[in-house]
Structure formats: C-alpha cells, structure tokens
Design a protein around this ligand. Sequence first.
Ligand code: MF3
Ligand code: CO
Ligand code: CO
Length: 292
Amino acid sequence: MSNRNKKNKAPRWFVPAGMEPTEMDRIILGWQEKGKLVPTPSLIKTQEQIQGIRKAGELNTAVLDYVADHICEGMSTLQIDKMVYDFTTSHGGVPAPLNYEGYPNSCCTSINDVVCHGIPSEYDILEEGDIINVDCTTILNGYYADASRMFIIGKTTPERKRLVDIAWECLKIGEKVCSQPYVFVGDLGNAIANYAHKNGCTVVRDLCGHGVGLEFHEEPDVEHYGKKGSGMLLVPGMTFTIEPMINAGDWQVCGDEEDETGWIVLTEDASDSAQWEHTYVMTENGVEILTH
Ligand code: MF3
Ligand code: CO
Ligand code: CO
C-alpha cells in the first residue's frame, strides 16, 4: 500500500500534455528522476510577478535606508518600529510582520544575543556598542520583499565588528554559489557553514531563509548549513531569501522566558549573533538581488 502510494505520487515537476519540454524542463526532470527535490511550477514567478517583487524590494530598501539615516544611541526599538510603519505606509506599502501569526509590530529589532524576531519595545534603548539587526518585510501591491541589515551603535568591540562582518561575508558567499542557476540550497548552505566555521563562528540551524514574493514565507526552506546537493534545486524564476544567522558562540538557540508572544529567539549561551538578509530572483545568469 505505502509502496503503491509512493509510485502514484504526482511528480512535482511535469510538462503539460502536448507541450514540447524546454531546456529548463529537461534539466529539472533529470534531477527529479534522480530523486532530488525540485520546485513545483507554482514556485516559478512570471516576469510581471518578478517586477512586482522588484518594486516591493525598492520600497523595502528605502525603508531600511531611512532607518539607517536615523538609528542612533538612546533611541528605543519602538521608535525604529514607528519609523518603519510610518515610512512604509506613507509610501503605499504594508509592513508584513504586523499581525502576522500574532506578531505585534512592523519589524524585528534584534540586539546582541537576540538571534532574530526581537520585538520592538519602548524599554529597549540602544546603547553604544550594541549591534542590532533590523528586519523589514514590505508588501507593495500584494508582492513581498524581505531584507535585514546590521547596525553598529557608536563604537563597538572588535569581536562584535568581526561577527557583523563575517555574517555579511556569509550572505555574499551564499549569493556567489547562486551565480548560476540549477544549484541546490544545500550547496549554498554548505559554503556558508564552512566559511562561518573556518572563522570560529557557528550557524543557527532552527531558522532558515525561504521562498518569498506572493506570500511572506513560501517553499523552499533555505538552510544555511547542510550537504552539497541537498535541499531544493534553484531554477530561473524562483524568488527566495538568504539570511544566515551567525553566532559568536554555539549554534543553539532558545526562547525568552519573559516573552509572552513566543517570538523572540536568543542564543542559548548568550553569545552575540548577527544576520543580514536579501531577497533574490534566480535567473538564467544567477541571482539578481531585489533588495539592497
Ligand atoms: N522577516 C523575518 C524573516 O526573515 C520573519 C519575521 S516574522 C515576524 O523571515 F512576524 F516576526 F515578523
Ligand atoms: Co526578514
Ligand atoms: Co526572511
């Protein structure tokens, strides 16, 4: 019975009856026959959809640029949230986090040992030496773009500066692996983890990048560690994020006991964590960045 079910399982990729397979069809079908995880046709965006996500990306970049121009010591993370809400909505967009699965605010503000999903608060005041990730997802005309940046408040320690730089380099390494189509998510995850480990850092495993564009979180999962050739095949027309969370200490994460929402993620050993994120579209010539 289970065997028969497996055999009868609809393939993820198929060429509609009467259609001549394209070069892309042939490549995807080849990997599917080898048992690899391939996308479904629904994950391939049209040019019109990509243009919509690109426009959302432009507003997302403007939001983060606005934050970059104003973020400073003594500011509360709730003030950052207000900037994100006001700038996004006054430019015709919607901040995707607001009311997303119970999330209470318009962006995530993750300071020092907060890995991600830090909730803006009037009581969290930026101090000299803090490193903070501001993660914004912008909806424009129904299309989603997701990006985050690190900001260093005043002068920080060499260790923190180095962590922020390594996290950035990890993102760039993931991007470089995607400089051609038909790579696997595991190829970029493997390269990112190797680089992080070589530099004495670790990669968070419990959270990952994701497909994005028509919804906030779509297939595939984009893990930032793993084996080459594992995970989904990335083909032209797919839109997704890369967003490695890099820890100075161990990779394990935990929740915050005082956080009633259950969103906030911390490093278990209270070591610092850094993350950068962009939204990409895979093309015939590799990824194009849709957020900047
Ligand atoms: N922007 C985050 C990501 O990169 C997700 C945040 S979900 C929220 O996927 F609800 F916390 F905003
Ligand atoms: Co994000
Ligand atoms: Co994301």
